[in-house]
Design a protein around this ligand. Structure first.
Ligand code: CA
Length: 377
């Protein structure tokens, strides 16, 4: 099955109201989708996490290495493209471009063999996965104490067993909001916090110590990804698990993060860290280091489907037992007009669990009408 063309789709949509995390406000959502065509009429879909317009340029530049090649040689194509750009792109947008291509090639492989990707990765360990609600961002106007509590209560009512709160808005405010959310959701729902590396070790430790009493499932990106010593300092100072890795790339980047035990839970993004081929390797490395794996997911239905296909084949976080801890899907609940619109059948949760798509490849069908409607100008 020869590759005949590689297309990219930059999509953009305005939000009904802007929202903020610790470092910026969002007023639009964008997406960069990869479409790979073959001489057998099959088409594969992938997605790149990160700046859409840079990602599209990267994938277009990589097209020459793909057209005319056998689409089923995913491992060789990954190595070939990585080697071609190694001198200039061991991390960042080059690997994000490669990730979207790799996911599209796996979608094609599944369609060619008429099997979902997880069947080709070793077969399912689970057919649905627990999902936690990512939301609880800041809005313009209103009292966060009131609207965050209301939003958290909604997630619990929808059946989610865990929610993640955005922090990094100043230690005192974070302490207050963490207490409010814990009081709202009660003791039985998981609560994680995410600073999006807005703190240094001093601030992160101060926050962490003040909220230890609220049973925090993990403290995500307390300090910048480059700050190895800071991660180790925060990890040593706090009782709660430390998570991170959405800004890390490939087995080589994660090797150092895992070997140094910088985090307790590693969070590669399938659409950024190197695609399905690479993230399976990173997951195996994490398992060997006794570090949990919980993929970062912040994209459209393609990103969610890629995360689900991988999660289906990952071992439980704890060793086999009668009450294992399963790896969790990050389920973004913020407004994203593109996320489900591009799918003919949306991927939804049921009581906080999401079924792994069973159709061939990623197990999703793309609505081309939505691509036209949402195309960025
Ligand atoms: Ca995050």
């Amino acid at each position: 099955m020869k590759i005949t063309d590689v297309k990219t789709h930059v999509l953009e949509a305005s939000l009904s109201q802007p929202f903020a995390y610790s470092r910026a406000w969002y007023s639009t959502r964008t997406a960069m989708l990869v479409e790979i065509e073959t001489d057998q009429g099959l088409v594969g879909w992938g997605e790149c996490y990160g700046p859409a317009r840079i990602n599209t340029a990267v994938v277009q530049a990589m097209k020459a290495a793909l057209v005319g090649q056998d689409a089923l040689r995913t491992e060789w194509l990954w190595q070939e493209i990585y080697a071609r750009y190694r001198d200039h792109g061991q991390k960042g947008v080059i690997i994000q471009g490669l990730s979207g291509i790799d996911i599209a090639l796996w979608d094609l492989k599944g369609k060619f063999f008429n099997q979902p990707i997880h069947r080709l990765l070793g077969g399912p360990i689970r057919s649905d996965v627990p999902a936690y609600a990512t939301g609880l961002y800041r809005r313009k106007g209103g009292d966060p104490v009131a609207y965050l509590a209301e939003e958290a209560a909604e997630y619990v009512a929808q059946g989610f067993k865990a929610v993640k709160l955005k922090v990094g808005f100043g230690v005192e405010e974070d302490i207050l909001m963490t207490r409010i959310i814990r009081e709202t959701i009660g003791p039985d729902i998981g609560l994680m916090i995410d600073a999006n590396h807005a703190y240094d070790a001093i601030a992160a430790i101060r926050l962490g110590r003040a909220i230890e009493q609220y049973d925090i499932g993990w403290f995500e990106e307390p300090v910048p990804p480059e700050d190895i010593a800071g991660h180790l300092q925060v990890k040593a100072a706090l009782k709660m698990p430390i998570a991170g890795g959405e800004c890390e790339f490939t087995r080589y980047g994660f090797r150092d993060l895992l070997a140094k035990h910088m985090v307790d839970i590693v969070q590669p993004d399938t659409c950024a860290a190197g695609g399905i081929s690479e993230c399976k390797k990173i997951a195996d490395m994490a398992s060997a280091h006794g570090i949990r794996y919980a993929p970062h997911v912040w994209g459209t239905g393609i990103a969610i489907a890629a995360g689900l296909q991988l999660l289906s084949v990952l071992p439980d976080s704890t060793p086999p037992s009668l009450a294992p801890v399963e790896p969790m899907l990050e389920f973004d609940r913020t407004e994203h007009p593109i996320r489900q619109a591009i799918l003919k059948t949306p991927i939804e949760h049921k009581e906080g669990r999401v079924a792994v798509p069973e159709g061939p490849g990623l197990g999703i069908e793309i609505d081309r009408g939505a691509l036209e409607r949402l195309r960025a100008s």
